[in-house]
Write a protein that binds this ligand. Structure first.
Ligand code: GTQ
Ligand code: FE2
Length: 351
């Protein structure tokens, strides 16, 4: 099928245009250009340097701001873009002695600690103390404030479903009336109420099927070591389970941890979920659409939907990737597809 507009129909087409109507045959003849998500890496060495600078900016001192550096995907050509079309990611530094004021929003968030220990997030009246490698969930609409009473900065990775929530015009946000919310529950209360995911108390205040909980690094990494069965693509991979539903970590985000064995190289595939990866341990590489991306602990990188990819490590030590994807959304829409591919020839590098 090919279509070109005859001069005799021009007046009709101009009428349509003037009335904000796009005829489908014209759109097919001139398909709109969609900005394409780029595979991209934000290196830890540089992000740490920038975060330390941001942590000490005089203009922010004592103001209760979040000192977060948001990663913008350069492929999206939008100054407000997130790391992917559906997810935002940021490196946040909580400076010693500082608080980030309490607020809540409909966007769901997670924090994965990159460096430091002893800062805590108060969520739903409970303190969640965080150490390196720990993951904390901040479900939609739960009050949260951050606090670092230690003498060293704590730096973590934030990830939110904010671009998706914004796209749906469902973003609501409000400040708490005080700087911080009162602590009304003992430390460890919510995690204790889900007894290692095997036993469950009668939970009354579960918001949207997600609890504010912490997954300790030793438990998550230990689970990979304990299970040990290799996926052809992802090494030993497990999802941070939602202990209430048994399903994805959060309604909009799937959070996974994968262990690549020393000197291993996985098979290639592609799928319709986009992923933000964060190197949690060791060093390795990913080949994305034929380009090699070498990564090391602390680096954060983006895998676009439907990009062919394979992971490996040349190290004699294991490597661990933490990842966040929009898989639950894609599945909910019935749009998930996955395809095994042959190993790729490397024709260039990313970053
Ligand atoms: O720490 O509450 O990176 O509300 C973006 C939005 C962090 C937070 C971000 C947020 C937060
Ligand atoms: Fe927040």
């Amino acid at each position: 099928m090919a279509w070109t507009m005859p001069e005799s129909e021009r007046a009709f087409h101009e009428e349509l245009d003037a009335e904000n109507i796009n005829p489908l045959w014209v759109m097919h003849a001139n398909p709109p250009e969609r900005p394409k998500l780029a595979p991209y890496v934000w290196r830890w060495e540089r992000m740490r340097e920038l975060a330390m600078h941001a942590g000490d900016l005089p203009s922010l001192r004592g103001q209760g701001f979040r000192r977060a550096l948001t990663m913008r995907n350069p492929g999206l050509k939008n100054p407000q873009a997130g790391a992917t079309k559906t997810m935002s990611a940021a490196v946040q530094i909580v400076w010693p002695g500082e608080i980030a004021e309490a607020h809540r929003h409909t966007a769901a968030a997670i924090r994965f600690v990159i460096e430091g220990e002893g800062a805590f997030t108060v969520q739903g009246g409970e303190r969640f103390r965080m150490e390196e490698g720990d993951l904390t969930l901040t479900p939609s609409w739960v009050w949260h404030d951050h606090n670092n009473p230690q003498d060293k900065p704590v730096i973590w990775l934030d990830c939110l479903d904010a671009p998706m929530v914004g796209y749906l015009d469902a973003m609501f946000q409000e400040p708490y009336p005080e700087d911080v919310q009162p602590v009304t529950k003992p430390n460890g209360y919510t995690n204790a109420a889900i007894g290692n995911g095997l036993m469950r108390a009668n939970l009354k205040d579960v918001v949207g099927g997600t609890l504010p909980i912490t997954y300790k690094w030793n438990d998550a990494y230990g689970a990979l070591l304990g299970y040990g069965e290799e996926d052809p693509h992802d090494g030993v991979v497990m999802e941070y389970a939602n202990p209430v539903t048994g399903g994805h970590s959060m309604p909009t985000l799937a959070l996974k941890l994968q262990r690549l064995a020393p000197n291993s190289h996985g098979e290639a595939h592609r799928h319709t979920s986009s992923v933000v990866y964060h190197a949690a341990k060791g060093e390795g590489y990913s080949v994305i659409d034929g380009k090699r991306l070498d990564w090391a602990k602390g680096d954060t990188f983006v895998l676009p939907s439907w990009a062919v990819h394979e992971h490996g490590t040349d190290s004699s030590d294991d490597a661990v990737l933490f990842s966040m994807s929009d898989l639950p959304l894609v599945e909910a829409m019935g749009l998930y597809r996955e395809e095994a591919r042959p190993r790729q020839e490397v024709t260039g590098a990313i970053g």
